[in-house]
Design a protein around this ligand. Structure first.
Ligand SMILES: O=C(O)CCC(=O)C(=O)O
Ligand SMILES: [Fe+2]
Length: 309
């Protein structure tokens, strides 16, 4: 058993009212606070198996994982000093150092691969992010979610070695699904922190919400204070609260990553922090660009050449 069916029996009966209650609760948490959290989503045996796959053998996957070491803005875009002042939040430089094990490095019978391909998970995530609990009744495809077709990035494992961290950012994908596999040995480190959703949708595009982002961390972004030119008609909104996730092995997280600013603090201790990233798309056959693949896994493969199962 991979999914913890004792704690999540409603996953097997998606059209019942108990399932609807759980999905509605998760959707409200995602919309109001940016995160829906499922503790003990997979069994302890399944977690132990994944840790074993990552950390045993002579060529350990976690040791082989390619490292990205990069400076970026919270918006993951290039600095734009023509459009925004150099002290704008838009141009704020932050730093990330993280390694990642690609999907094609996992064994064919990997527990993670089995979880990613489990239709109950796809159905659960679709129901939460789309607001419908019954995909079969959904005639137009706009509400449908698909597994990613990226042979490297569809389901990968973030490897945060000691001293690694991920600076504050919004994700490019609308939402993200992650699974804690192994936390840092120093429990004060490698923390996942996120705000309530502070970026809003505008004309089908996510606007920048520069002010709200600047309001978020008055201390951290103190040098950006002059960006908050609030007048009396538009008093500043209170800064959003920064949540620290109780992220234990086996916990599954659905995050409004494009709207909630988030980060992973620096890892201390004697073991790697391991988090699986499971990606779902509104498009069938989604694949990251070769540039993104190269950045995260140091190589690129087109989706046409591989069988993903
Ligand atoms: O490792 C994590 O918990 C998530 C890191 C993250 O925000 C990302 O990979 O975009
Ligand atoms: Fe992220």
């Amino acid at each position: 058993m991979i999914i913890n069916e004792e704690q999540y029996p409603w996953l097997a009966t998606p059209t019942t009212s108990s399932s609807e209650i759980e999905i509605n609760r998760a959707r409200a948490a995602l919309q109001n606070h940016g995160a829906a959290i499922f503790p003990n989503f997979i069994t302890i045996d399944a977690i132990n198996e994944i840790v074993k796959e990552m950390s045993s053998g002579s060529a350990k996957l976690e040791d082989q994982a390619y490292t990205t070491n990069t400076t970026h803005t919270p918006y993951l875009r290039d600095i734009n000093s023509i459009k925004y002042p150099s002290n704008s939040i838009y141009n704020h430089k932050t730093h990330t150092i993280v390694a990642s094990t690609a999907y094609d490095e996992l064994s064919n019978n990997s527990i993670l691969k089995q979880l990613y391909n489990d239709p109950r998970l796809l159905h659960m995530v679709s129901s939460i992010v789309n607001g419908n609990n019954n995909q079969e009744e959904d005639n137009d495809n706009s509400n449908k979610l698909y597994l990613s077709n990226d042979p490297l990035g569809c389901c990968s494992v973030n490897v945060f070695r000691p001293d690694y961290y991920h600076g504050f950012h919004y994700d490019e994908s609308e939402f993200s699904v992650t699974l804690m596999i192994q936390d840092a040995s120093d429990k004060e480190s490698g923390l996942f922190q996120y705000t309530d959703p502070i970026r809003t949708k505008n004309n089908n595009d996510l606007n920048l919400s520069l002010e709200r982002t600047a309001d978020a961390f008055p201390k951290l972004f103190a040098e950006h204070e002059n960006e908050n030119n609030h007048d009396n008609d538009n008093p500043p909104l209170p800064p959003p609260k920064l949540h620290t996730l109780d992220f234990r092995p086996g916990t599954l997280l659905v995050l409004a990553g494009s709207k909630s600013l988030h980060r992973v603090t620096k890892v201390n201790g004697n073991r790697n922090r391991l988090v699986a990233v499971l990606t779902f798309s509104r498009r069938s056959n989604f694949c990251n660009t070769q540039q993104t693949q190269k950045m995260f896994w140091g190589r690129s493969i087109s989706s046409e050449t591989t069988d993903l199962t």
